[in-house]
Design a protein around this ligand. Structure first.
Ligand code: ADP
Length: 181
């Protein structure tokens, strides 16, 4: 939904590798080694330059942080590899680490002058984070990033792979006062 300040946060059902944006957020792991799920899909679609840049520039990434590369063949300028937490029982700082992963990802996008960002639902696949808890965290961080003084960010899109996941994000947007238009 677009608000009076002209920024948009929205959720769509899409394969994230097909969505054009200045930056694509990837749900990466600490080793930045590629993997299954959205990480594998992004590396396949982007091509080998992504892994080459990750190996050249970074020695892994701690949970709750993010790193940036080019986007290879994706319709984007950057890929931001954010490392969310693996869900244990919720009592091991998982919500704070997820919040931090989104915050760092959006901060990197802003530092690199991005206006539009597309993100998956970090940690809610193989890492098992309950999406009903994750979606409000993701939406809150997006709203905060878009409202930051002087930020170039204008639009954050969450690309969800299933109707069920999309419904959870749409509800989180409504509860954050950013209902789908
Ligand atoms: P994590 O290990 O952080 O849980 P996953 O890749 O397993 O990461 O899952 C994160 C979310 O991304 C899941 O909801 C999964 O369904 C979704 N996903 C997987 N492939 C894609 C894709 N191509 N586009 C968008 N979302 C995807």
């Amino acid at each position: 939904m677009q608000t009076a300040d002209g920024t948009t946060v929205r959720a769509i059902r899409a394969d994230i590798t097909t969505v054009a944006a200045d930056a694509v957020v990837n749900a990466a792991n600490q080793h930045l080694a590629g993997g299954g799920g959205v990480d594998g899909a992004i590396h396949r679609a982007a091509g080998p330059s992504l892994m080459a840049q990750l190996r050249e520039r970074y020695d892994g990434c701690v949970t709750g942080d993010a790193v940036i590369t080019g986007a290879g063949r994706l319709p984007a300028r950057h890929v931001i590899h954010a490392v969310g937490p693996r869900w244990r029982d919720g009592a091991h700082g998982e919500p704070e680490k997820l919040r931090s992963a989104y915050r760092r990802a959006f901060a990197l996008a802003a530092e690199h002058g991005c206006a539009t960002v597309v993100s998956p639902s970090i940690s809610t696949g193989i890492y098992g984070f309950p999406i009903a808890t994750a979606a409000p965290i993701a939406v809150a961080e997006a709203v905060t990033a878009l409202a930051a003084d002087g930020t170039p960010l204008r639009e954050i899109t969450f690309a969800l792979f299933s109707d069920a996941d999309l419904a959870v994000f749409i509800q989180a947007l409504a509860e954050a006062g950013r209902p789908a238009s």
